[in-house]
Design a protein around this ligand. Structure first.
Ligand code: GLA
Length: 784
């Protein structure tokens, strides 16, 4: 470049800086308020059409393209969460730079004519590690999360102060795009502690000021549990729900409130080992139309979901259901930023509500590339590359060793075992592999409530290794206090001199294997062919390769021949893979690739079948490779005693039926004999069992052992949806399967059952609502 050209460019740059700072100074201030039955923007009624986007889930170079896609879709706002644990990874060390530059993201929204709704938690749910709370809170073991715990509240205060410090000048009153700020998140589905919710409101007020509109969101069935008198109340529900009915309760309590669905779920998230979730585009768009035709505001969650990079995916509960890396969500804009058929259909509808103006055209789209298969020639075997060890008498969780993420190895020497004995691990969070003298002998998968395996007879001093990989911390429900590693103890049940004997294993060597690129890159890699390894065993370790790219662009790296682990490309964390699926490829954004040579490191805790990867032009996020024990066996109830027989009424909403006599047992069989409609379909959104006093029994340990029919061909209506804490998802029998339908639930331990609460589907008329039912409660398994 010649000097003159350079000088001219700098001059233009300087002038444009001057102009932009001048325009920033003169930015007009606006107002956003709650009026009579409507939101008011500069005093005029304003219907919010918000696109939910999460900036940490989108590569920064693509932020603006995604924002423009939302603008072209017909949205007028962006709704976003602020993930506390991403911004404050260590106490008091705040990061709002690069990928986490919240203020820059808000400015980009404003530049593209979109308002911003800010949801700074502190808890956000969002299928994000621990619902956005930092893991280090758990170092205070007795902490009460999302409650008036002094330490928790103090940390929230510091975090909200930091967030406000970043964006206060971007509030609408200061000429910025932020029109509303949310207080907490769906607290009614967690607790009823209005004092705590008020504390959070006060913290937000203190840091964001008195003028900004504050709101809180929840479900129509429970928002009063959380609702404060001085805040706006909004309702969350998914595609298909009956819009009128969703707002009926709110309207009766606050006839003059503006109405908003603050999370209208466009699709749903995926869990490892379960079918990919999809939701109909027609149904979703019909709901938007129904809202806009009534002047109801909405935020479409998600409009573009993006990706749970690295170890940031959360896990659902009851039980433990870790989320996959892709947060595609079956949203209108898919994970890699491509508009889907849902996008085009929605755009058509939103065009009707654009004040007669044409919608802007779409920004340029990325053309994905394929990368030919390449081989990994280097490995650093995990057991030859362990970090320094710590010695500990008792066993502790990861957090107590100051480790937040990754894998932890517990090693000890065994007593002599003369006979095969039970090894009981209480509890391994989340995926434990057991090795005896270096040989893999089994795994314990928390998803399946697996807690024990049989150890073969062995000599005294034999080496026991328990390698525990932590997945995401639970992000929903009371189980968010989710410690990792081994949480309690390890025991061996055996016989000594012919008598039963229990060893509580002590004297551990502990290895903390942090999930960090620098740690992985630093290992002693060696040519794979030089590693002598038993062919029957898979080789856990760090695998490294380089691959060439001529023209960097988006691609999808295929990990279907690998075990379970995490991937880094050029130092960027791409996320987890797990052979069971449904996700088989990882989204590789082109903006993180280099022309020429690129480096990839894979940490596979199980070991690959074949250490090769190729880049595909299309993602594979819907291929399950796990063997599913058939749930459809022949359940025989002929010899069983009915504990209760009753009837549910028709229509939407919760119903409760108390038994005339309580029954005790661990296994519960629910039989649905017929439905209110004549179409042979049975559907149930949620079931609670009540104890003898009418209190809800805990569902954390529940698992499904039998379901005669589950609709899985299109959407994922499996029987675990009966107790997934989500009112919008449901179990449904499959088309063509005849009544009666039966589901057997293992409650994990004995309980007295004295009643049932039942929620039919949320859709108008409660499709599939069941009528006559029977309940069997037993201590032993049912006969299949
Ligand atoms: C709730 C939460 C969100 C998200 C959705 C499900 O509405 O508020 O954060 O978890 O469920 O995707």
């Amino acid at each position: 470049m010649n000097f003159l050209l350079k000088a001219t460019i700098s001059a233009i740059f300087a002038i444009s800086l001057l102009i932009s700072s001048a325009s920033a100074q003169t930015t007009r201030k606006h107002t956003f308020e709650v009026g009579d039955g409507a939101f008011l923007l500069d005093g005029k009624p304003f219907v919010i059409k918000a696109a939910e986007l999460h900036y940490p889930r989108i590569p920064r170079p693509y932020w603006e393209q995604r924002i423009k896609l939302c603008k072209s879709l017909g949205m007028n706002a962006v709704c976003l969460y602020v993930f506390w644990n991403a911004h404050e990874q260590r106490p008091d060390s705040f990061d709002f730079s690069e990928q986490l530059d919240l203020a820059a993201f808000c400015r980009l929204c404003q530049k593209n004519g979109l308002y911003v709704i800010l949801r700074p938690g502190p808890y956000v749910c969002a299928e994000w590690e621990m619902g956005g709370l930092p893991w280090w809170l758990l170092k205070k073991q007795d902490i009460r999360l999302r409650e008036s715990d002094d330490y928790f509240i103090e940390r929230v205060d510091r975090f909200e102060k930091a967030v406000a410090g970043e964006v206060k000048d971007l509030l609408i009153e200061n000429g910025g795009p932020i029109i509303m700020v949310q207080v907490e998140n769906e607290y009614g589905s967690y607790g009823e502690d209005k004092r705590y919710v008020s504390q959070i409101r006060d913290i937000i007020r203190k840091h964001f000021g008195e003028n900004i509109t504050l709101f809180q969101c929840d479900w129509s069935s429970n928002f009063t549990l959380n609702g404060l008198d001085d805040l706006v109340w909004t309702i969350n529900f998914g595609a298909g729900a009956d819009v009128e009915q969703q707002f009926a309760h709110l309207k009766s309590l606050r006839p003059n409130s503006p109405l908003m669905c603050s999370e209208y779920w466009s699709g749903w998230f995926d869990k490892w080992g379960a079918n990919h979730e999809t939701r109909s585009a027609d149904v979703m768009v019909a709901g938007i139309d129904a809202m806009l035709s009534r002047g109801i505001s909405f935020s479409l969650y998600m409009t573009h979901g993006g990706t749970n990079w690295g170890h940031w995916a959360g896990a659902n509960s009851p039980g433990f259901a870790p989320d996959v890396t892709s947060y595609d969500y079956d949203a209108p804009i898919n994970e890699s930023g491509q508009p889907t058929p849902k996008y085009w259909l929605l755009r058509k509808t939103l065009a009707k509500y654009n004040g007669g103006k044409r919608l802007p055209s779409l920004p340029d789209l990325v053309n994905p590339i394929a990368i030919p298969q390449f081989e990994f020639k280097y490995v650093a075997p995990l057991f030859w590359n362990l970090p320094d060890t710590k010695k500990d008498f008792g066993i502790k969780s990861m957090e107590q060793y100051d480790q937040g993420f990754g894998t932890i190895l517990y090693r000890t020497a065994l007593p002599r075992l003369d006979i095969p004995s039970r090894l009981i691990v209480s509890n391994a969070h989340d995926y434990a592999q057991i090795f005896l003298n270096g040989e893999f002998i089994g795994k314990l998968d928390r998803r399946n409530h697996e807690k024990e395996i049989v150890l073969p007879a062995c000599e005294e001093g034999s080496q026991l290794d328990i390698l525990v990989e932590a997945m995401g911390r639970i992000n929903f429900g009371r189980a968010i206090k989710d410690f990792k590693g081994i949480t309690e103890k390890v025991e061996i049940e055996t016989k000594l001199y012919g008598k039963p004997f229990v060893y509580d294993l002590k004297g551990w060597e502990v290895y903390n294997i942090e999930d960090e690129y620098a740690t992985y890159a630093d290992k002693k890699f060696m040519p794979i062919d030089e590693v002598s390894h038993r062919a029957s065993q898979r080789l856990p370790g760090y695998y490294r390769a380089t691959f060439n790219v001529d023209y960097p662009s988006d691609t999808f790296l295929d990990f279907s021949t690998w075990g379970k682990g995490l991937v880094y490309v050029n130092g960027h964390a791409l996320g987890r893979f797990w052979e069971i699926g449904p996700q088989q490829t990882l989204y590789m954004p082109g903006c993180w690739l280099r022309r020429g040579e690129n480096e990839i490191i894979v940490f596979d805790v199980v070991g690959p079948h074949k250490a090769v990867v190729e880049g595909l032009k299309e993602p594979i996020i819907d291929k399950l490779q796990e063997y599913h024990p058939a749930r459809r066996r022949n359940l025989s109830l002929d010899k069983e005693r009915v504990s209760f027989a009753g009837e549910f009424g028709a229509g939407n909403g919760w119903q409760e039926v108390r038994f005339d006599k309580s029954a005790t047992g661990r296994y519960v069989c629910l039989v649905f004999e017929d439905a209110h409609a004549a179409d042979d379909i049975a559907s149930v959104a949620e079931i609670y069992l009540l104890d003898g006093d009418g209190e809800r029994l805990p569902r954390e340990e529940w698992s499904v052992v039998y379901a005669d029919s589950e609709a899985r061909s299109h959407e994922n209506h499996t029987a675990d949806k009966l107790f997934d804490l989500q009112e919008s998802t449901y179990w449904s029998s499959d088309e063509g399967d005849k009544f009666p339908h039966a589901v057997v639930i293992d409650m994990g331990e004995e309980h007295t059952v004295g009643g049932v609460q039942y929620l039919p589907r949320m859709e108008q008329g409660a499709p599939g609502s069941v009528k006559h039912f029977k309940v069997y409660v037993k201590s032993e398994q049912f006969m299949f």
